[in-house]
Design a binder for this molecule. Structure first.
Ligand SMILES: C[S@@+](CC[C@H](N)C(=O)[O-])C[C@H]1O[C@@H](n2cnc3c(N)ncnc32)[C@H](O)[C@@H]1O
Length: 336
């Protein structure tokens, strides 16, 4: 989360109580999960702020508003990005859960966003049950009948009993949670709700080594993001440190070696490189308020920076990385 209360960037804040309208793909009507009605947190007062033409979620429980937009454009960006992640990882997941999913598993997506991954998975594995949780209500209105969404803040704990899920997945959420909370709360909760023998999969950016072969413009962008994550208390070395954090619970989990995938950006890598570059540009646009605030630039200068970045990517061989960590909860859990 990012506190913009001290901003002097000149961007105006406009509060609005309007309900967010999301036109997501339409599926057969959902069956409401009873859990949803029972545990909906009462202190969740919806509030959206509009900044620079984008809508952001601003909950009373957050320090500032959530730094990625909560609007239709962002939904479309995450659905497209999820498709590219599927190409990078050659599938929707890396953990050995195919048999379990095919037979019928309980699956949790923590910080599911607009639901791109979980909706995809629910359609692919109709005998499994899927639950997506997120603090921001960006969920689609219609989704497959074997899934549901639930609003909650993981920092307050996950509203499920111990040993509920066969597969717990989290993607791009570590970069939203301060490192202290990750270590002290989130890891424990992920392990707690996973069934013995079940898997936790975490896919994210390894921010300190995210971009390889930086150029002048990409270097500036990287420095700005470093500043943002430092201020937000987010660990840039999250990829490798995730493993270390889970290793502190060796009596409860087995941690597989981390896997890193590298992909090239730009026309030199053909159509996929071009699509990945467009996706990265979309991500930077979604983070526009951060760039404008930290770099103290105008919107025009920001747009020019993206044009220069695109040009740079098509000239040099710039690469980005993603990592995936797979953790299995031990079948026998020893009390420490
Ligand atoms: C970068 S998005 C990734 C969304 C999705 N996993 C994906 O891959 O598209 C991070 C998500 O984590 C959610 N999030 C951040 N902090 C959270 C918290 N404390 N509790 C629950 N969700 C949180 C955000 O609302 C956002 O939807």
């Amino acid at each position: 989360m990012f506190d913009f209360s001290d901003t002097d960037s000149g961007i105006s804040y406009e509060s609005t109580e309007d309900e967010i309208e999301i036109n997501t793909p339409t599926y057969s009507l959902s069956i409401m999960d009873p859990i949803e009605a029972a545990v909906q947190p009462e202190n969740m007062l919806d509030k959206f702020v509009e900044v620079g033409g984008r809508r952001y979620f601003n909950d009373v429980t957050l320090k500032g508003f959530y730094y990625l937009p909560s609007d239709q454009k962002e939904v479309e960006r995450t659905y497209a990005r999820n498709h590219l992640d599927k190409i990078i990882w050659e599938g929707n997941y890396s953990a050995p859960v195919f048999d379990s999913l095919s037979l019928g598993a309980n699956v949790l997506d923590v910080g599911c966003g607009a639901g791109a991954w979980i909706v995809n998975m629910a359609l692919e594995y109709p005998t499994s049950v899927f639950v997506g949780i997120d603090i921001v209500p960006l969920f689609p209105e219609d989704y497959p009948p074997n899934m549901t969404f639930l609003r909650c803040n993981i920092l307050n704990g996950l509203p499920f009993p111990d040993n509920t899920f066969d597969f717990v997945r989290q993607a791009f959420v570590i970069v939203c949670i301060d490192w202290q909370s990750w270590k002290e709360k989130v890891v424990k909760e992920l392990i707690r709700v996973t069934k013995p023998g079940g898997y936790i999969e975490i896919m994210d950016m390894n921010i300190d080594r995210e971009i390889i072969n930086l150029g002048i413009v990409s270097g500036k962008i990287d420095n700005c993001l470093e500043e943002h994550f430092r201020k937000a208390g987010i660990n840039r070395a999250s990829g490798t440190d995730v493993i270390k954090t889970f290793n502190e619970f060796k009596d409860k989990v087995i941690v597989a070696p981390i896997e890193v995938r590298t992909y090239y950006l730009g026309k030199k890598a053909g159509r996929i490189g071009d699509a990945l570059l467009k996706s990265v540009l979309g991500g930077y646009r979604a983070m526009k308020i951060i760039f404008i605030h930290i770099m103290r630039i105008t919107e025009e200068e920001f747009e020019q920076m993206l044009i220069d970045f695109e040009k740079e990517c098509n000239e040099i061989t710039l690469r980005k990385t993603r990592y995936c960590a797979i953790i299995q909860k031990r079948l026998v859990v020893y009390d420490s």
